[in-house]
Structure formats: structure tokens, C-alpha cells
Write a protein that binds this ligand. Structure first.
Ligand code: B4P
Length: 209
């Protein structure tokens, strides 16, 4: 079983790759963005509170975000592993995830950093705006989300980098190509697809530089 994080700027393909990797490794993909959007759609109290932040491209407050991740990771399907997409995004969220993992006696296997050119991600998100009509996919809000990523989330890569967990992957190119780069990068750290060629269990990756 595997515990992975996907970190990258808006539009780098986190959600797209998360569902593929989760299927490959047989773990749930947990996307805080998807959880918030489902709550907005269902008109829950959480959704009402999160909506204003999301529409403005701001981060939802740590207290709310940490609480939903805490609850989600207690669900039975996440007991053997998970792939977190879009969490953590702040230092306080890193601290909360550290507490959760420590209380379960588990640890992360790897952090996949998706690297993408800003103009390309803006182009992708503007296309998604046309396809899906997401309220936070206007050019001004996208630029704001990217600036917030640089200010608050990119520094988390230094924290995980110091722990020897970060694997950088070029997120440009077609979706299959990016998936295959991620799988190769993980395999290089000894993290292989279950049942795949040279499959082996994970657990020792944290010490691999
Ligand atoms: P998210 O849902 O995480 O939104 P995102 O950063 O845009 O990523 P997403 O997964 O949707 O897009 P992806 O890169 O896969 O967050 C939305 C909001 O929720 C945040 O702004 C914030 O308000 C709130 N939030 C979420 N988590 C939070 C947290 N931890 N703390 C606080 N607030 C939080 O893909 C983008 C597009 O690119 C897609 O249309 C896809 O089809 C396309 N694409 C992907 N790969 C491609 C490729 N290789 N080539 C071409 N197109 C590609």
C-alpha cells in the first residue's frame, strides 16, 4: 500500500493524474478541491462557507480543510493508503498531516511535484472554463491562484525535499505521457505498480534521496 501526495500549481494536472494513479495503486484519490465542490453542489454548511473562498481563488481556511481531511482519512478505504491531491497547501496543513500520520504510525512514501509552465496551465484552465464553467477558472482568478501557490504551497516542497520525499515530474505533454513519467519516477524510488513488472512492496522510500 502506498501513501502519496501530488503537489503542483493549478492546472498542472493533479486531479487528472490523481485518478489514474489511484486506480493503478488501488488506493483512494482524495482531492480537497473535489470534496469542497461536492459540498458546494449539495448546499451543505461546509459548501456555503467554502464557496466564497474558492470563487475568489483563495485557500479555504486551514481549520475547515484540516477537519475534512482528518475525517476522510479515517474512512475504511483509506486505511491501507491514499493519494492526496491538492492537500497539503499550507505549512499548517503539513503539520496536521504529520500529526495524522504519526497517530496512525504511518508515513508518506513520496511527494510527486508536477512542474508546468505558467502560460500552459493558464491555457488549460481557460479551456476547462469553457468545458466545465468552473467559477474559479477566469483569467484573473487563475493568476491569483497561481500567485497563492507560489507564496504558500511551493515552499512546502522544501519541507518535503529536506525529508528526501520529493520526485519532480515534467507535467507538460499528453496525459498518458505524464502518467508514464510519474510511474517511472516512482519506480526509480522503488515504488512499483502492484502486479506490474518487478513489483515490490513500498515502505523504504522515505530514506531514498
Ligand atoms: P483544486 O480542485 O485542487 O483545483 P486546481 O488546483 O485547479 O487543480 P485541478 O486538480 O482541478 O486541476 P488539474 O491541475 O488536474 O482546488 C480548487 C480550489 O479549492 C482552490 O483554489 C481552493 O480554493 C480550494 N482548495 C482545495 N484544496 C485546498 C487546500 N488543501 N487548502 C485550502 N483550499 C483548498 O487540471 C486542470 C485542467 O488541465 C483540467 O481541465 C485537465 O483536463 C487539464 N489537463 C490535465 N493534464 C493535462 C495535460 N497533460 N495536457 C492537457 N491538459 C491537461
Amino acid at each position: 500500500m502506498i501513501r502519496l501526495l501530488l503537489i503542483g500549481p493549478p492546472g498542472s494536472g493533479k486531479g487528472t493524474q490523481a485518478s489514474r494513479l489511484a486506480e493503478t495503486f488501488g488506493v483512494p484519490a482524495v482531492s480537497t478541491g473535489d470534496i469542497f465542490r461536492a459540498n458546494v453542489k449539495n448546499g451543505t454548511a461546509l459548501g456555503l462557507e467554502a464557496k466564497a473562498y474558492m470563487d475568489a481563488g483563495e485557500y479555504v481556511p486551514d481549520s475547515l480543510t484540516n477537519a475534512i481531511v482528518h475525517d476522510r482519512l479515517q474512512e475504511v478505504d483509506a486505511s491501507g493508503g491514499f493519494l492526496l491531491d491538492g492537500y497539503p497547501r499550507t505549512e499548517e496543513q503539513v503539520a496536521e498531516l504529520d500529526r495524522l500520520l504519526a497517530s496512525d504510525g504511518t508515513r508518506l512514501d513520496a511527494v510527486v511535484q508536477l512542474v508546468a509552465d505558467p502560460d500552459e496551465v493558464v491555457r488549460r484552465l481557460l479551456k476547462r472554463a469553457v468545458d466545465q464553467g468552473r467559477a474559479d477558472d477566469t483569467e484573473d482568478v487563475i493568476r491569483h491562484r497561481m500567485a497563492l501557490y507560489e507564496a504558500q504551497t511551493a515552499p512546502l516542497l522544501n519541507i518535503y525535499g529536506a525529508r528526501g520525499l520529493v520526485t519532480k515530474v515534467d507535467a507538460l505533454g499528453d496525459v498518458d505521457e505524464v502518467t508514464s513519467r510519474i510511474l517511472t519516477a516512482l519506480a526509480d524510488r522503488g515504488i512499483r505498480e502492484p502486479g506490474g513488472k518487478n513489483a515490490q512492496s513500498v515502505g523504504s522510500a522515505e530514506s531514498v534521496a
